[in-house]
Design a protein around this ligand. Sequence first.
Ligand code: ADP
Ligand code: MG
Length: 690
Amino acid sequence: MGNLNKLENSVQYLKGVGPKKAKLLNKIGIKTIEDLMYYFPRSYEDRRTLKKVSTLENGEKASLRVIVCGVPRKYKPRRNMRITKIPAKDETGVLYLTWFNQDYIINSINIGDIISVNGRVKKIGNQIEMQNPIYEKYNETSKKTGRIIPIYQLTEKLSNNELTKIIEQALETYTDYTVDIIPKSIIDELELCSFSEAIKNIHFPKDRISYKKAKERLVFEELLLLQLGLLIMKKKNIQNNEGIMFSKNDETHKLIELLPYKLTSAQVRVFKEIARDMESPKQMNRLVQGDVGSGKTIIAVLSMLKAYNSGYQSVMMAPTEILAAQHYENVKSLLDKFNINCQLLTSNITGKKKMEILRGIENGEIDIVIGTHAVLQEKVSFHKLGLAITDEQHRFGVRQRATLSLKGTNPDILVMTATPIPRTLALILYGDLEVSIIDELPAGRKKIKTYVVNSQMKDRVYSFIREQINKGRQAYIVCPLVEESDSINAQSANELYEILKSNEFRNLSLGLLHGQMKAGEKDSIMSKFKNGEIDILVSTTVIEVGVNVPNANIMLIENAERFGLAQLHQLRGRVGRGNYQSYCILVNESKSKISKERMHIMEKTNDGFVIAEKDLQIRGPGDFFGTRQHGLPELKIANLFSDINTLKIAQSIAFRILEEDPSLARDENKMMRERILKLFNKESQLISFN
Ligand code: ADP
Ligand code: MG
């Protein structure tokens, strides 16, 4: 135990890390020695092979060992640009090392110095140059060159070299204090390397094989802990399977007849599955998955009507106020003929109105509650809750789903999501849920035409938007995603809004929508957009989920390369909801090959599943079905897509461990138990052992 605690030492204890550096490290989430160890490289650069000057090729990145053979010279080709140029050579030729605006170099390199350099080669005439190379004086313990160099995700003012040194020092001092938390029997069974070996080799691999071994070990550990945690959580969540038996007699057929459209056969099938669950004496735990626009809302409404017909209350929780308000309007009008008391509850409903609603929920006067997170508050207490629905489940944590269901006595649970999770993965992440899939879009929908453009084509795009608006349509313009900061995004939306309002679209009616606005303002903008008073809605990604305005047929997304593909797909799903041909225009400002490839996928397909898989392939581990979205620990090295085989192995081993030792109390499992508690309870208490 004492040893483990050492790893919780602050990084400030390391030599060369003062308060300033520590602050920088904190910025990238590193507080302790252990955090440092788990800060894995994003990629590597192989600087093992040294080249000779005569074999250098234009444009290549190379490492060499050279001797400085002349005096440094300084140029000033333009204002604000100073070049330092130093000749160096090996036995095959001369190489000019050049640095821009780094005057200190002149004083740190002398004639006769042997230095190792790494950088990009540029041939100019018959001169060979290396521009802005990384260099170090050659000695036995050279660190920056001559080996495989880890490349880390950095922050301003912290260089890769500095971070590398810090990590190296941490490993030298603390690797001896690390222990294997996985039981030895499992390590032997799977022929994994030891933890200390893995951690050393993931940062500083000697070669490809040692890197692979290290990665295998760390991926397995991460996935094993994830699986153990999930299984423990699930057992707690669904101990009691007894539920409400709703009556077969209901008015849902009446509602279906009243609809202005015919349900798709996928909707009919999915509602049948739900009705069967609701009528059974077991508690329903069902996930409805359907791409954007597949018509999930009506399924929720039918289910709530069914609950009402048996004398039970329902609650439906949505991730944003805009969406909750929209659902509320929608549900109210759909159920108009049924004498149902339906109310909206968000954190903006306060004072007397809120008191009234809380009372109505408690005494049973209110039949259906639609709301945001606000419905989870302790004060919200139901008279007789029979059905709890979570819309856009991917926006909520596992924990919140559980809290909602605790508002009743084993109410039936329905969760809806547009996130297309491959089935294997759904079974792992949502193993406690049955899955229904709406795999069909309503008939008559025209395929959304998607175009990728660059910023030079914007004038044409704007005039196209004006044309469409003249024909009576409406448009969304989504501003660039700045970062995970609502206030900066709001600001950029505001700027774009002002520019467009006074230039390209000065004769049209524009609206602005972002997350920092008051709920009342948001509602009023949204309803103006809905009833056509606003032609163009300039917005941040607050409109990403659920918003439904069938007359809007253009979705223009600025700096589309900054968004995840799944997010682009969600945004695109805001159009194509009516009978008009709809368009999604992606402005790609990036020249990178990966960006182009990603944008091309959006042009080619409208299928959320295909997009999700491609996104994962290209972006690798990251936030897509980022476990964090589910409220689960962040994965630092494993990729749920490419490591699916390891995931399966981890799952079967987790089953076995828990069968023998359900609360991980045995000595060999205790350390895993501790780590799981730490990982899963970071943000909210997901796991407890008793
Ligand atoms: P999502 O699955 O994205 O939540 P919605 O439930 O918002 O989709 O439905 C999108 C639009 O399609 C709504 O305007 C809804 O009224 C309409 N809709 C739903 N089902 C059908 C159907 N079977 N035929 C035609 N339109 C439908
Ligand atoms: Mg929806």
